[in-house]
Design a protein around this ligand. Structure first.
Ligand code: SAH
Ligand code: SF4
Ligand code: F3S
Length: 471
């Protein structure tokens, strides 16, 4: 999916930064260059920003040197994510020297967390714009062009950008994100997101369906419904006579066309209901894939994290998923070395991994974030080398599970949605199966956007290889 994206770093889940393809540069009088870090929400927000800027006469460019405006959409999830951005800012200093009129703006979660402090700490920054303030970008740019530093970090209880059609930046023309909600009310103690993204709010269901339908009509074949916590989606219209839950929204999007695949990310285990699982089972085009962040396999640590479930409850949820959706792919997020975590509790995490046998896992060691509940309440007392050793252990365990999972696929046949040409060879295509596994196969006469039945012949730990078979 991120095939055409300029890869800059590998920090979080969708962990890649991109510079967009130029959009008809001649129709715009000025140019902006944008890089995005962090999660898919940020990538999608950059597409909203691109839409707002296009209206203002700014076209996007991939070439930083010809830009009038550089924007960095930032992530605060771990210290390293912020450091990556600060290092990148240093690299923009040369561009600013060569073009003194160049404006540099910081968007996203670091903007929200650090606010005007960022202007003091990073002298080259002209604008600081939080995730709910993108509509004010034209006014902020005007201010900055007038020589003022410009800041808007107001969080909103209503803003969903529901009426803005995102300009697709990473444009493979087949898969796309659609934001359905913003913010998070969960207050996991380790997490900065509730502070950087504000309160949870759900987007108008009709605008979600409209956007997904337009994508389908424009040739897209897969949408991923996005939110920090999608399964707590809950929208009521103004008259109060229409209420849409996440399961209902999933169903409405799935009904657009059987050829439109539907995915979603991310789900908090506490909110994945049977209603959602049954809706997934009912529609062939809702992909059998659930991201179910575990964080820790120890009930005591889960409590300290305020995750609201126990180890046993989580394992039962895994059982329930497998009962209703027997071939569902499950992925997870895990944090090692959270405050006071013991060796025994670390082993408990590995036991749950053995139980769930995740297809994919994003694993991190705990990084204390200023202002979070954990930073205020607990001591970050696990030495870094212990955190890293525990991380290495779970990474190794997961590597074994995912390789076993891939080996099990050899000999099976899957319906693959083709996303593009393989990076390795122009003679091969790549796509994903329902369970989100990447499959590479010889091109023959197939094209991007086709559904192809592919029999898996071999695998590595990350990729399945196969050949197209007739149905
Ligand atoms: N809303 C998403 C999480 C987004 S952040 C969800 O609940 O699934 C993605 C992942 O980053 C989290 O699931 C967690 O595993 C990790 N993470 C968040 N804060 C962290 C921190 N302070 N240190 C290390 N990892 C963290
Ligand atoms: Fe952070 Fe928890 Fe919200 Fe996810 S659910 S964004 S981990 S507070
Ligand atoms: Fe990072 Fe903000 Fe997303 S902190 S993970 S960009 S919500």
């Amino acid at each position: 999916m991120l095939d055409q994206i300029t890869k800059v770093h590998d920090e979080s889940r969708q962990g890649e930064a991109f510079a967009p393809a130029a959009i008809e540069p001649n129709t715009y009088s000025k140019k902006f260059y944008i890089e995005s870090y962090g999660c898919a929400m940020n990538f999608n927000d950059s597409e909203i920003v691109a839409s707002i800027l296009n209206e203002e006469g700014f076209g996007s460019t991939r070439n930083m040197e010809e830009a009038d405006l550089i924007l960095v959409n930032t992530c605060s999830i771990r210290e390293k994510a912020e450091q990556t951005v600060r290092n990148r800012l240093n690299e923009f200093k040369g561009a600013k020297k060569r073009n003194p009129g160049l404006l540099v703006g910081i968007l996203g979660c670091m903007a929200e967390r650090l606010k005007s402090k960022l202007l003091e700490e990073e002298k080259l920054v002209d604008m600081v714009v939080g995730p709910d303030a993108y509509r004010s970008l034209p006014a902020l740019i005007a201010e900055a062009e007038g020589g003022q530093k410009a800041v808007n970090v107001l969080l909103s209880r209503e803003e969903t950008y529901g009426d803005i059609s995102p300009v697709r930046l990473d444009n493979n023309g087949v898969t796309s994100f659609v934001s359905i909600m913003r913010g998070c009310n969960n207050m996991c103690t380790f997490c900065v997101v509730p502070f950087t993204r504000g309160r949870e709010r759900s987007r108008d269901a009709h605008s979600v369906v409209r956007e997904a339908r337009e994508l389908f009509e424009n040739g897209y074949r897969e949408v991923t419904l996005l939110g920090q916590n999608v399964d707590s989606y809950y929208w009521t219209n103004e008259a109060g006579d229409e209420t849409v839950t996440f399961a209902m929204l999933l169903e409405r999007v799935a009904q657009i066309d059987p050829l439109l695949r539907v995915r979603f990310s991310t789900s908090h285990p506490k909110d994945i209901t049977d209603e959602v699982l049954h809706t997934m089972a009912k529609y062939e085009n809702i992909c059998n894939y659930i991201h179910l962040p575990l964080q820790s396999g120890s009930t005591r640590v889960l409590q300290l994290m305020n995750r609201t479930y126990t180890r046993e409850w989580y394992m039962k949820k895994v059982d329930r998923i497998r009962e209703i959706l027997p071939d569902c792919g499950i992925s997870t997020d895990i944090i090692t070395g959270f405050c006071t975590e013991t060796e025994e509790e670390h082993r408990e995490t590995m036991e749950v991994m053995e139980y769930a046998r995740y297809d994919l896992a994003y694993m991190y060691f705990y990084s204390e974030r200023p202002g979070t509940l954990a930073a205020r309440r607990y001591q970050d007392d696990i030495p870094e080398e212990v955190k890293k050793r525990r991380l290495a252990e779970i990474v190794e365990l997961h590597r074994r599970h995912s390789l076993e999972g891939m080996q099990r696929e050899v000999g099976r046949t899957y319906k693959v949605l083709v996303e593009g040409t393989s990076k390795r060879s122009a003679e091969e295509l790549f796509g994903r199966n329902d369970q989100n596994k990447v499959i590479v196969f010889p091109k023959e006469n197939y094209q991007k956007g086709d559904y192809v039945m592919v029999k898996v012949d071999s695998c590595t730990s990350g990729t399945l290889r196969g050949t197209a078979v007739s149905e």
